[in-house]
Write a protein that binds this ligand. Structure first.
Ligand SMILES: Cc1ncc(C[n+]2csc(CCOP(=O)(O)OP(=O)(O)O)c2C)c(N)n1
Ligand code: SF4
Length: 351
């Protein structure tokens, strides 16, 4: 993968977090994406979120598939662990890594092609298994890396740069995630850092499968007037239903909200999620209601953003499987490899 290292010089007065790290310590290599690509704004938002969460970068595992979007883990959290897998296979790698070591924070970055086409089955199974991770799709409605074919999330009638209309029904990944049991489901826009950063922080801290679909325009192949994934279209049709502010454990609560319908959810580790309803008729705790609401508003062309669904008591993969609490790399060899007699006993029990 092509990348350019960044100069290591830091300004001495850059603000530091509680680990003594600056925002620059959370950066990666210089991006080689097209100037203006939405994916670079998502990387910047991830850097900001991880810095504000005081995450030790070496305790993070970044996973991706193939695509311009899947290149982005190179551009944030340079010191983190990383695995750039094959096209559409990020969920398998994430599931395996999470099963082997539950002590890392997993951030999977994918594209709409990587997830909604070749990786659709993988995405569905990671969702229903409740892998403890942030699964982020940088959704531009196109295959950017292979030069602008429609992806499966492109809207019917949305036109390619050459003027051809897409005839197919789109796959809505948010609705799919809701249907498959994801406990945290959100949609945002790469151009709305104020909305995206708190959502990312909450999703990273969420103790289960958290899905965020980020509309992230491809300036080279899908940012023209007749595209429904362009900057201009999303700015015109963005309709936030919920504002979220994430307050980590032990941090002074300074969030000030204008009067409105508000609610606070306390997560397992004691951190808090302040929710503020923006649409009067929206309930973020009602999975089926959220699906109906999304479908109704899709019909009028609105792009609903914000936290769309939250299960405050999610069931995560390890709880479902009843696995050991110890990461496999911390177990002694004798436990990991109990020997041929044990294997023979297992085989005999299956005969
Ligand atoms: C098995 C396989 N099939 C096809 C490809 C070609 N390919 C590379 S990236 C890509 C789609 C990328 O689209 P998306 O995931 O939306 O990412 P974007 O580049 O738009 O960010 C395709 C079809 C491949 N690399 N591997
Ligand atoms: S081709 Fe599109 S998705 Fe890929 S880097 Fe350029 S603008 Fe971004």
């Amino acid at each position: 993968m092509s990348y350019l290292p960044k100069p290591k010089i830091h300004h001495p007065q850059l603000p530091k977090n509680t680990l003594g790290l600056t925002r620059r310590d959370y950066e990666g290599s210089l991006s080689t994406l097209c100037a203006g690509c939405g994916h670079d704004s998502v990387s910047a938002a991830l850097i900001q979120a991880c810095f504000e969460l005081d995450l030790p970068p070496h305790r993070v595992g970044k996973l991706s598939g193939i695509g311009c979007s899947s290149k982005t883990p190179t551009y944030f959290l340079g010191p983190a662990h990383g695995f750039n897998s094959v096209h559409g296979r990020m969920p398998s790698i994430a599931s395996g890594a999470a099963a082997a070591n539950r002590d890392l924070v997993y951030i999977g970055v994918s594209g709409d092609g990587d997830t909604a086409s070749i990786g659709l089955g993988q995405f569905i199974h990671a969702t229903r298994r409740g892998v403890n991770m942030l699964y982020l799709v940088e959704n531009n409605g196109t295959y950017g890396l292979t030069k602008g074919q429609f992806s499966a999330t492109a809207d019917v009638g949305s036109k390619s740069k050459a003027g051809k209309a897409n005839p197919y029904t789109p796959i809505d990944l948010v609705q799919l995630a809701l249907q498959m049991g994801a406990g945290f489901v959100a949609r945002s826009f790469s151009g709305d850092k104020e909305q995206l950063v708190p959502l990312l922080k909450a999703a990273i801290a969420y103790p289960g499968f958290a899905f965020i679909d980020v509309i992230s325009p491809c300036v080279t192949f899908n940012n023209h007037e007749s595209s429904t994934k362009s900057y201009a279209h999303i700015r015109r049709h963005d309709r936030p239903v919920m504002a979220a502010d994430f307050v980590p454990l032990a941090q002074e609560i300074t969030a000030a909200y204008a009067p409105g319908d508000r609610h606070t959810v306390t997560l397992h580790d004691g951190s808090m999620l302040h929710l503020k309803k923006l649409a009067d008729d929206y309930d973020p705790y009602d999975r089926i209601g959220a699906m109906n609401y999304l479908q109704r508003h899709q019909a009028d062309g609105s792009v609903l953003t914000g936290l769309l669904y939250l299960d405050a008591e999610p069931t995560e993969m390890h709880a479902m499987l009843g696995t050991d609490t110890t990461a496999l790399n911390s177990l002694p060899f004798e436990v990991l490899n109990p020997g041929s007699a044990e294997l023979a006993a297992v085989n005999a029990a299956l005969r």
